[in-house]
Design a binder for this molecule. Structure first.
Ligand code: DI6
Ligand code: FE
Length: 404
C-alpha cells in the first residue's frame, strides 16, 4: 500500500503516556498507510528506510495537527426547532415547567414524527456539516425524538444514511427511553415495555450501536432505566446514560453496574456515583452547552471527577431543547470558562476520552496503528483551540487517510 508523509507540522498527539502536555511533538511528521497511521514522531527521527518508501510528501505548512475531533453525544436528527420555547424561558419559565406542560421534548417529538425521512435528512445535514467544518471525524447520534417504532426507526435510518453519505463515522444510540410519548401518558411502565420491544427489533435491523436512557424525575426512574439497560446488556449492546443532569437519582452508579461506556451531564453526581464510575471504567461526559443554555448554576463536580481519576469527555449534546449547538470548539471554550477544565483536559475530552466514551480503541490519539483521522489547524499552540470564541482555525481534515 502506498505511504504518504506529512511534514512541516507540530503534532498534538494527545497520547496518554507522553510526558509533554498535549503529547506535543515539534517538527513532527506522520506517515499514513491506507486508512491508518503507520508512523508518528519527530521528522528527524523518521527512519530513512521508511521515508524512502513514501511515494507522496505533503507539506502541512507549519500547521498544528490534532486527532480528528469526536463528538460523542448528540441528538442531531430531529424535526423543527424550539426557538419559541427559548423565548418562553427567557420570560421566566423553567425547562422543567415547559416539559411538564407538554412542551419541551414532546414538541420536538411532534415535529419529528411529522417529518418524512427525507425532510429529517435535509434538516439534520447542515448541523452535521457544521460539526464537520470544525474537524469532527466521528459523531454519535441518538434517537429519542420518535418514541414509537416507525419514528425511532426513521431517525436511526437517517443517522445511518448520514454516515454512509458523509465522510465521517456515525455511531447510533437508541434512546427510546428519552421521554414519555403522549399516547402513554400515565402508563410509563407500559411504555418501557414498548421501548424493549423497539430495541429488540431495531437492533435486529442493524440500526443500533449502543443504548442510552434519560434517568430523571421528568423522565424515567432508576428501576425503569435498569430494565432498559438490562435489555441492552442481554443483546450484547454497550450502554450509556443521561444521569444526574437535573437531580441526583443515582443513575450514574446504576449505569456503572452495567459497565456503562459513559455517564453524561453529571451536574448532580454524588461521591458514590463517581466511585462506581471509576471502578467500572465509565467515562464522564460533560455537556457545557446544556449547562450554559439552561443557565444552570450547579456545576459538575470536576475536582471529584479528577480525584477519582475518571476520564472526562466533552460534547455538544446537539439538541433542540437544551443545547442547540453545532460547535465542538465552542464547547472546548465553555468547558474551560464554565467548568474550569484546562485546555489540555478539554482537548483530550473531544479526542482520546471521547473515543473511550464510544468504546473505540482505534482513534482519538495520533499514534502508529490508529486511524488516520486528523485535522490541520491554523494555530501555533493547541490552547488556542479552546481560547478563541467563534473562530474556526480549521484548515483541512483527513478522514481515513484521505483529504475530505
Ligand atoms: N437531556 C438533555 O439535555 C436533552 N435530552 C436529555 O435527556 C434535552 C432534549 C430536549 O430538550 O429536546
Ligand atoms: Fe443529551
Amino acid at each position: 500500500m502506498p505511504l504518504t508523509l506529512w511534514q512541516h507540522c507540530t503534532l498534538a498527539t494527545l497520547q496518554a503516556q507522553s510526558t509533554e502536555p498535549y503529547g506535543l511533538v515539534e517538527d513532527g511528521a506522520l506517515v499514513v498507510e491506507g486508512e491508518h497511521l503507520r508512523w508518528v514522531g519527530r521528522l528527524a527521527d523518521l527512519p530513512a528506510e521508511l521515508r524512502q518508501q513514501c511515494q507522496q510528501t505533503n507539506d502541512a505548512g507549519g500547521a498544528l495537527i490534532t486527532p480528528g475531533l469526536i463528538d460523542c453525544h448528540t441528538h442531531l436528527v430531529y424535526g423543527g426547532n424550539r426557538a419559541a420555547e427559548f423565548e418562553q424561558r427567557l420570560g421566566g419559565a423553567s425547562y422543567e415547567d415547559i416539559a411538564r406542560q407538554g412542551g419541551g421534548i414532546a414538541s420536538t417529538v411532534k415535529n419529528t414524527r411529522a417529518a418524512s425521512a427525507d425532510e429529517l435528512l435535509q434538516q439534520s445535514l447542515p448541523r452535521l456539516q457544521q460539526l464537520m467544518a470544525e474537524g469532527v471525524t466521528t459523531v454519535e447520534i441518538k434517537s429519542g425524538y420518535g418514541l414509537a417504532m416507525a419514528h425511532e426507526r426513521k431517525c436511526l435510518q437517517v443517522a445511518r444514511t448520514l454516515g454512509q453519505t458523509q465522510a465521517l463515522d456515525v455511531c447510533t444510540t437508541f434512546l427510546g427511553a428519552h421521554a414519555l410519548p403522549p399516547e402513554f401518558a400515565g402508563r410509563s411502565d407500559d411504555y418501557v415495555d414498548e421501548v424493549l420491544h423497539m430495541l429488540t427489533d431495531l437492533h435486529a435491523e442493524g440500526l443500533v450501536d449502543a443504548v442510552d436512557a434519560f434517568c430523571e424525575r421528568i423522565a424515567f426512574s432508576p428501576a425503569q432505566t435498569a430494565r432498559v439497560l438490562a435489555a441492552a446488556q442481554a443483546l450484547g449492546l454497550p450502554v450509556k446514560l443521561h444521569a444526574e443532569q437535573l437531580s441526583d437519582s443515582g443513575g450514574a452508579a446504576l449505569a456503572a453496574s452495567f459497565g456503562a461506556l459513559s455517564c453524561d451531564h453529571l451536574e448532580w453526581l454524588s461521591e458514590d456515583g463517581a466511585a462506581a464510575m471509576a471502578a467500572a471504567g465509565t467515562v464522564a461526559v460533560l455537556l457545557p452547552g446544556a449547562f450554559y443554555f439552561l443557565r444552570e448554576t450547579k456545576l459538575p463536580p470536576i475536582e471529584m471527577l479528577r480525584r477519582h481519576g475518571l476520564s472526562i469527555a466533552i460534547s455538544t449534546d446537539c439538541n433542540p431543547g437544551s443545547s442547540p449547538c453545532t460547535s465542538l470548539l465552542l464547547m472546548l471554550n465553555m468547558a474551560c470558562t464554565l467548568f474550569r477544565l484546562t485546555p489540555e483536559e478539554a482537548l483530550a475530552g473531544v479526542t482520546r476520552h471521547a473515543a473511550q466514551a464510544l468504546g473505540f480503541k482505534d482513534r482519538g490519539v495520533l499514534a502508529a496503528g490508529r486511524r488516520a483521522d486528523f485535522v490541520l489547524w491554523n494555530v501555533q499552540h493547541p490552547a488556542q483551540l479552546a481560547y478563541a470564541l467563534g473562530a474556526n482555525p480549521h484548515l483541512q481534515t483527513i478522514y481515513k487517510g484521505q483529504a475530505r
